[in-house]
Design a protein around this ligand. Structure first.
Ligand code: NAD
Length: 478
């Protein structure tokens, strides 16, 4: 039975109620979580505030960085055990779970090294004045995270906040939070003072909304669906605190007729099957120039037929989806697409021998998807790829920007001028040229525009998100 981590200690929830932990690859319950409520959130926020006023608030940036660097080393030394935990909690293939732990450790390494490198400024001002601009932590930061990459999300959201000296309260997803809980022990072992990191598990509408409504938080960062993002932003607006939103996507991969198609093929398949397509930056729309449409799509079909979903140990292209509701949702998209007459060009396999209770969906490929079809516009969050033809460069740009989302775009062409022209006109947060980077990319500023959210995580810029600026003007006389 898992407990909350508050003030450096494992703590039972106030209500005594629990939630089951399911293994998505079997559908079986293998542990229990605390079903946190407002009283637990209250204790966690108080612990974070006390840490800011105590040892954590007094710790130098160098020492904060050293704690995070030690966390990285401990994660690496326990990486196989952590990867097994992550795979069991999320169902993802072992090689992906292993990668996720490496990435989480890399966040600790990156932000550990950067903690003492965010500096203020001195500003030349009027005679007899001395002006400095200080960078300071916000205070208590609230983090609400999804289930798709729990270990990476911890590294991406919580770690830069700690690097800047904030005290964090995390409400991970009720569907996958075991790695975040395991990281609490690692943080303690690495010397993180009590209260700097607090984790309360529970449901979004209970623990999550209690956290966003709490008067003791100074900042909220949310990663998840656009619908809940709206609720979180409204709660932040009520309190006039800063809110970073990392929401969904419907990212295009644009393949021009002059592209290196051999190279593009592997990336295209991986960008939609990785994590079962449950990736905000999944390349879920494949835009193909009409002149190569038939020949290239035939090659995508061949590759797609070979793809398969399996258990973590089978280590196929994808694992099961996270839960029964997500499986139903994705199957609904596939069923409606077939019913609307869309050609189902190819479907991968569900590997033989997977447990009957697991939430497996075979990857599905649809061709000639009309531009206003739900598969061309809405986030499926599953292994479903929609192919749409385009005529020329202007048409490709218009089509790529046509959804409400704006997270990533991939451009496949050998023409250097076109690479830059198209990249400049993409309305999104990251553009990949002749490559595609769903997941990972610790060093690369990441985030969306439009319905994909606002604010930036990852890279050095995340540190700027997690600190506020204070200008100090001193009259020093003669
Ligand atoms: P979700 O929005 O359902 O839940 C995310 C988190 O919000 C969970 O911890 C949940 O408990 C909590 N929550 C739910 N209701 C809440 C409320 N009323 N108040 C406060 N918290 C609440 O999202 P999900 O299903 O876990 O994840 C899938 C979505 O996340 C997809 O849309 C995906 O694109 C998005 N996502 C975005 C990024 C990104 O970086 N842009 C990364 C990963 C996932």
């Amino acid at each position: 039975m898992k407990q909350h981590f508050i003030a450096g200690e494992w703590t039972p929830g106030a209500s005594g109620e629990t939630l089951p932990v399911l293994d998505p690859s079997t559908g079986e319950v293998f542990d229990q979580l605390q079903r946190g409520n407002a009283a637990d959130i209250d204790r966690a926020v108080a612990a974070a505030r006390a840490a800011l006023e105590g040892d954590w608030g007094r710790m130098t940036a160098v020492d904060r960085g050293r704690v995070l660097s030690r966390m990285s080393l401990i994660m690496l030394s326990r990486s196989e055990e952590l990867a097994l935990l992550e795979a069991r909690d999320t169902g993802k293939p072992m090689s992906q779970a292993r990668n996720d732990i490496q990435v989480a450790a890399r966040y600790c390494e990156f932000y550990g090294g950067a903690a003492d490198k965010v500096h203020g400024q001195a500003i030349p001002y009027m005679e007899d004045f001395h002006v400095v601009v200080l960078r300071e932590p916000y205070g208590v930061t609230a983090h609400i995270l999804p289930w798709n990459y729990p270990a990476q999300m911890f590294g991406r959201s919580v770690v830069p906040a700690l690097a800047m000296g904030n005290a964090a309260v995390l409400k991970p997803s009720e569907d996958a939070c075991l790695s975040a809980l395991a990281f609490c022990d690692i943080a303690k072992e690495a010397g993180l003072p009590a209260g700097a990191l607090n984790v309360v598990t529970g449901l979004g509408e209970e623990a999550g909304s209690a956290l966003t409504a709490h008067t003791g938080i100074d900042f909220v960062t949310f990663t998840g669906s656009p619908e809940v993002g709206t609720i979180v932003q409204k709660a932040a607006a009520e309190r006039h605190i800063k809110c970073v939103l990392e929401l969904g996507g419907k990212s295009p991969q644009i393949v021009f007729e002059d592209a290196d198609l051999d190279r593009a093929l592997g990336f295209i398949l991986k960008a939609i099957t990785q994590n079962g397509g449950q990736t905000c930056s999944a390349g879920s729309r494949l835009l193909v120039q009409a002149s190569i449409y038939d020949s290239f799509v035939a090659r995508v079909v061949e590759r797609f037929k070979e793809s398969a979903a399996g258990t973590p140990a089978m280590d196929r292209d994808c694992g099961p989806l996270i839960n029964a509701a997500q499986k139903q949702r994705v199957e609904g998209f596939i069923r409606r697409a077939v019913e609307s007459g869309l050609p189902l060009l190819a479907q991968g396999q569900v590997a033989s021998g997977v447990p009957a209770g697991g939430y497996y969906v075979a990857p599905a490929l649809f061709g000639n998807v009309p531009r206003d079809h739900e598969l061309a516009c809405n986030e499926v969050f599953g292994p479903v790829l929609a192919i749409i033809p385009f005529t020329d460069e202007d048409d490709a740009i218009k089509l790529a920007n046509a959804t409400e989302f704006g997270l990533l775009a991939g451009i496949w062409t050998r023409d250097g001028g076109r690479q830059t022209r198209v990249a400049k006109r993409m309305r999104c947060g990251q553009v990949y040229i002749n490559c595609y980077g769903a997941g990972g990319g610790v060093e690369l500023p990441f985030g969306g525009v439009k319905k994909s959210g606002h604010g930036r995580e990852k890279g050095f810029m995340a540190l700027e998100e997690f600190c506020t600026v204070k200008t100090v003007v001193q009259y020093h006389g003669r």
